[in-house]
Design a protein around this ligand. Sequence first.
Ligand SMILES: Cc1cc2nc3c(=O)[nH]c(=O)nc-3n(C[C@H](O)[C@H](O)[C@H](O)COP(=O)(O)OP(=O)(O)OC[C@H]3O[C@@H](n4cnc5c(N)ncnc54)[C@H](O)[C@@H]3O)c2cc1C
Length: 459
Amino acid sequence: MPKHFSKKLHCDIAIIGAGIVGISAAFYIKKQKPDASVLLIESGQAMALTSAQSGENYRNWWPHPAMTAFTERSISLMEDIARETANLIQMNRRGYVLSTRSSDIDVLMSELYHGYSCMPDNQIRVHETAGSTHYQKPVSPDWETAPSGVDVIKHQPLIRQTFPSYAQDIQTVVHVRRAGSISAQQMGQYMLDYFKEQGGTYVSSEVIGVEKNNAFIIYGANDSVQISAAQLINAAGPFINDIAGMLGTSLPVTNTLQQKIAFEDKASVIPRDMPFSIDLDPQHIDWTEEERHWLSEDCEHDYLLQKMPGAIHCRPDGGDNGTWIKLGWAFNDTTTMPERNPDLLAAFPEIVLRGAARLNPSLKTYYGRLPRSLHHYGGCYTLTEENWPLIGPMSVDGSYVVGAMSGFGTMGACAAGEQCARQVLGQELSGYAKALSPERYSDRNLMSEIHALNQRGIL
Ligand SMILES: Cc1cc2nc3c(=O)[nH]c(=O)nc-3n(C[C@H](O)[C@H](O)[C@H](O)COP(=O)(O)OP(=O)(O)OC[C@H]3O[C@@H](n4cnc5c(N)ncnc54)[C@H](O)[C@@H]3O)c2cc1C
């Protein structure tokens, strides 16, 4: 290790990584113990890696009640911030709609009941007949007046009337009401400003080594800084395993590259009041005969002729008066080494457009003519096999991880940061805390319950 450092710093708690998750941990430590000496160290710009790629969506819909309780808590914390800041974080709530061409939805219903079993009764309302007058149409994007619970609509005319832009073959929709979008960048900036105002220290440097003696010694690149800390929080996003490796341990995570597109809907084909809309059904992509021929001769891309998984999604972006839309499809399950500037799949915009046009046929207007100003972006989902986060102690005494936040790190950041803060400060933990910490792997019953789930909640 280098011996001469331009700066030597000491703190009680050092956090590596200033993405939304590390910033949230810093924010909640300062909220709960303002005099704690906390240092946040970041190699690039704050909020510029995975956190800059987020679709910025949130929902309380999960296949297991522990994850539902976790995101419920996170949404409540985001609502607190929205309230405190006159909605600086642009929180809205038009819900998530899960749509399917199937009317036999027993499996989906039992997943819904199981996932929401931690919630009060009567959260799931089923509308099967024309007399279903108690379905509340999404009128306003305001999160404070939006309904909660879930509406399952099995009545075709009600589906057509409420969501006229959807394909006519949709038989069932599930409208999850406590769901919507926020501005992740605004939320990150707000929490970071608070952290600094409360005396938190922010250091720009890449961590290249960590040692544990009596305290942790953290080494910055180019001999820039040496930090000693009594406790260490690993919030390095896609690089959490690299930091764990510096401590001689490892974490059960992999990375997959996921992508999104956003573009201006100049033809106004997507209604501005449409909720975040998911097509649950697997599909064969709507290629032309000519495209099928090209793809069949291209061994790198011929998988695009096979049946593709469901869960493609589309939503308006920029509020009711905006003009942009966002499309995403997390179909890639090939693991990769994390990179700061990953190569994106050039064909992704046309792939996701065609996939999304199955639920939103008016998107066909853009086949082969997506606007040049289109924004194509992507980053890593860092995830455990079961797609649950890791928030808790690592195997080296005094070290913690807060990460593996997959495609839910924006919506889960507040509850993850709060839980991490409570662990580090030795405070009382919530009921779901153990299940979301690395400790869960020693709970055989919980692990077999998780492995028995039909789906992992990856979107
Ligand atoms: C395409 C896409 C869409 C998504 N959509 C959503 C969504 O709609 N809703 C949602 O809730 N979530 C979404 N997510 C997930 C969410 O963006 C992530 O879970 C979240 O941003 C992870 O935050 P993080 O702080 O853990 O990681 P990051 O944002 O990656 O932050 C980690 C930080 O650690 C720093 N770092 C790493 N190594 C070092 C080192 N050695 N020294 C110093 N600093 C270091 C990095 O520079 C980085 O700034 C999406 C993700 C992707 C990729």
